[in-house]
Design a protein around this ligand. Sequence first.
Ligand SMILES: Cc1ncc(COP(=O)(O)O)c(C=O)c1O
Length: 468
Amino acid sequence: MSTPSSLASGPEGPDALRPLLDTVLDALSEGARARGGPLPSGGPDAVAARVRAAIGDVLPQTGDPNALHDVVRALAEAAADPSDPFCAAHLHCPPLALATAADLAASALNPSLDSWDQAPGASELEGLVTGALAAEVFGAAASRAAPPRHAPSALITTGGTESNQLALLLAREAHGTGVRLVHGANAHHSLPRAAWLLGLPEPIVVPAPAGTLDPAALDAAMTQLPGPRGSFVVAATAGTTDAGLIDPLPEIAALCAAHGARLHVDAAYGGALLFSDMYRDRLTGLDAADSVTLDLHKLGWQPVAAGLLAVRNPRDLTVLHHRADYLNAEDDTEAGLPDLLGRSLRTSRRPDVLKIAVTLKALGRTGLGRLVDQVCDRARAFAALVHDHPGFELYALPTISTVLFRPAHADDDAVAAVRRRLLTDGRAVLGRARIEGRLWLKATHLNPHTRPDDLAALLKLVEGNTPG
Ligand SMILES: Cc1ncc(COP(=O)(O)O)c(C=O)c1O
């Protein structure tokens, strides 16, 4: 029996949840059927009007017994569905059913990772999983060689933006407020924004002429402004947002060593290549970084949020230590209660680690690696279709799973128009990227179940909607 005020946790929680889950699952399938494609049709005004009509009064005087069904159904009908093979715009992955089910358990148990007495098991799980993932990033051998207190470590974050912010905060605390961010023109916008937020000097932007940071220009930038060790924090990217390219990490790491610069690698997208025997080599040099951003809600099939910041030297994290008597009183920590506050800048914090832990254990490295290989294969197959089609131009063979392409002979306005037309009709969700002054359509393949026929149909759809 479930009433609107039944609780999800406790011995009766599962009984209260069970019928509600049926309602949710029915509403999800009804909404998806009503949508009938990757995106609701009609464009922003029409979609907003349908959502408003379906929701009605958001705070009625008396409660609506159908609220769960109706609101979930309305949202599902108006959703962008990343599991649709024609939904391939962003680093917005279709979540695994397994991870989503684990996330339900996270909500039901509702541990909050700001103090041990709210999350006794979740805090231990977080320590285990972050340690294992940091070992994956920096090399298991390095982790085993270090005494546990000195082994690489990782923090769970809300995603790449928070991880990049934390990475620059750690750099500032290690090297002072004068530390200057040097990043490629291809870097994610969250990096210069974090420099602004943290009051760091104006970043130096290094050209990325072929989509990846140019080591010679990086060397020149650091040579022209010489300073003591720690004057710079260089941010490289492993998996650029626009093209999925990987900066030359070994050369960049060598330059950082020569100039005494700190190295952060934003591997929000590409980090999961570590799980693949076939693609891991592309991340050679990653283990030389001081910090690495990794996002399992991109290439990792987790519901948002599932971010990580891995650090080679766990002592870097001591600057996050913070005392709040009600959460980590000194006598409590001296008496052995674990202190969780230093693992984040947030206070209340969801156990995002639970879905990650379940996924890692259920799929293993091999299962995850296979999913990575599948999406990379799909991208290569799509690129081959584009390449062989006289009506299209391919930007480059994909490094990970992003393919940039454009209708041959179309100008930028036509490229932008075809994307918007498909969005408005709700028939396909493709991204856009401006590279070397030209606008490209972007297909980010993150669905391992997309079939070859789907790829051909997507290209045909774009062809059929290209003006002229
Ligand atoms: C390379 C890169 N870094 C960081 C981010 C930011 O990640 P999030 O949206 O999870 O904050 C993105 C987002 O696409 C990205 O592509």
